[in-house]
Design a protein around this ligand. Structure first.
Ligand code: URP
Ligand code: ZN
Ligand code: ZN
Length: 460
């Protein structure tokens, strides 16, 4: 069915115009003023609203076996949460254990999405071991539409790889034109600091941050940059939390390394005092790298505004407070790491970024949609509003006022890290390939309609 969105203020990463959008067969077929619709077309009046391209979250975990448990969402709950929050495309981390075959893991992760996704989706393929066998399978996975890898320099004994594996992964990625996303923290230093703190009886969630201080992350970024420089690979630092880490990546870019930086919404709005909350409440705020001293926030916001940070993702990783975070009640190293936020990213970025004047509307779209599409081989199908793009549209009401609460959220988790926080603005209508999935904050879409997005290597 055709769809006409009339009189909206269309915002892309570069443009700001009052116009109509016409959609036929899932695709934008016209952008202009005074567009006329077929009698059968649905017409949405977007007067007074902002019209954004569907937002893309390039860093989420949905199916995640991790720290002795599993993340809580499935593709149905995560899709609903994402869509209600304006996110129409997810790129999930496919994270096999070292013992699993990459191809089997890839098929397993795909099967989790196949029948339940309402968003469109792809995966970053986790490389958690590298040998001849994995190399062959990684080549096959790339030929099946995956153009990004994920490596962990942290999580020793779980997802983490050693330096030989890192070097060989980056070399393969360079050859294939694949970008490598990386969790950068020095695993050895973390293990030592964790041992010291626990031995000293410092077992609460407030000691998670001191066990992974800023220097440990900065060193991790520097380490990745050295290997990227040696191999010529294109790298993307995920969940950058602090000034030192941004500077390490920027210094590498200055000397010609092909590096991009992601931050995630928790670092922009939360600080380490949340992990110090009493009665173990701080566990709700344990993620890695940890939420940091407040002084880092203006640095991150400035870097988004200057477009030194390319993307704002979530690192959505939902673990229940009562039954899962509680595993670490006597030992912070056992608290499953992660803060759920796929539902809240866009509204928090708008409220704390655009509405406060920290970033403008074009930068908002660039960081939350366009850059992810460009870096991960989805542009211009996704990430913008132009003729030929998928009709993923977010009709956003900037006048809406409401509060975030676990009681009303779609995410399948028993708390919100942003409980009671005010939001200024929210999506009133969200479409995926021309079909309305959200109306007035409610999911009205079709579970299982989401498509796997086969991507081609960028070769930049
Ligand atoms: O704390 C986090 N970040 N949990 C999810 C796994 C990861 O490191 O991305
Ligand atoms: Zn990570
Ligand atoms: Zn992650």
């Amino acid at each position: 069915m055709a769809l006409l969105v009339k009189n909206g203020r269309i915002i892309t990463a570069t443009d700001d115009l009052l116009a109509d959008i016409y959609v036929e067969d899932q695709t934008i077929t016209a952008v202009g003023t005074g567009l006329k619709a077929d009698a059968s077309a649905e017409v949405i009046d977007a007067t007074g609203k902002l019209v954004f391209p569907g937002f893309i979250d390039p860093h989420v975990h949905i199916y995640l076996p991790f720290m002795g448990t599993f993340a809580k969402d499935n593709y149905e709950t995560a899709s609903k949460a994402a869509l209600v929050g304006g996110t129409t495309t997810l790129i999930e981390m496919c994270c096999p254990s070292r013992a699993e075959s990459p191809l089997e893991a890839f098929e397993l992760w795909r099967s989790k999405a196949d029948r339940l996704a309402a968003v469109d989706y792809s995966f970053h393929m986790g490389v958690t071991k590298f040998d001849e066998g994995t190399e062959k399978q990684l080549r096959e996975i790339v030929s099946r539409g995956i153009s990004s890898f994920k490596v962990f320099l942290a999580y020793q004994g779980a997802f983490g790889i050693d330096d030989e594996e890192l070097f060989r992964t980056l070399k393969l990625a360079k050859e294939l034109g694949v970008i490598v996303t990386a969790h950068c923290e020095n695993a050895t230093a973390i293990a030592q600091l964790q041992n010291q703190l626990i031995a000293a009886g410092k077992t609460g969630p407030e000691f998670h941050e001191p066990s992974r201080p800023e220097s440990v992350e900065t060193e991790g970024v520097h380490h990745l940059m050295t290997f990227a420089e040696l191999t010529g690979a294109h790298v993307y630092v995920v969940h950058t939390s602090c000034d030192g880490a941004v500077q390490a990546a920027q210094a590498a870019r200055y000397r010609g390394v092909n590096a991009w930086i992601e931050t995630v919404i928790p670092y922009l709005v939360l600080d380490k005092t949340y992990a110090e909350k009493e009665n173990f409440e701080g566990a709700k705020y344990v993620m890695s790298p940890p939420i940091r001293d407040r002084k880092n926030q203006p640095v991150l916001w400035d870097a988004i505004r200057n477009r030194l940070i390319s993307t704002v993702a979530t690192d959505h990783a939902p673990f229940d407070f009562a039954s899962q975070k509680s595993k670490g009640v006597d030992d912070f190293t056992k608290i499953p790491n992660g803060i759920p936020s796929v539902e809240d990213r866009v509204n928090l970025l708008y409220t704390h970024g655009v509405a406060t004047g920290r970033i403008d509307l074009n930068t908002f779209v660039d960081a939350a949609s366009t850059q992810a599409a460009k870096l991960f081989g989805l542009y211009p199908r996704k990430g913008t509003i132009q003729v030929g793009s998928d009709a993923d549209l977010v009709i956003y009401d900037p006048e809406y006022r409401g509060t975030i609460s676990a009681r009303t959220q779609q995410m399948a988790v028993d708390y919100s890290a942003f409980e009671g926080w005010e939001i200024k603005g929210r999506p009133s209508v969200v479409t995926v390939r021309g079909e309305v999935q959200v109306r007035d904050g409610q999911f009205v879409g079709t579970v299982g309609r989401g498509q796997f997005l086969a991507r081609k290597p960028n070769h930049f």
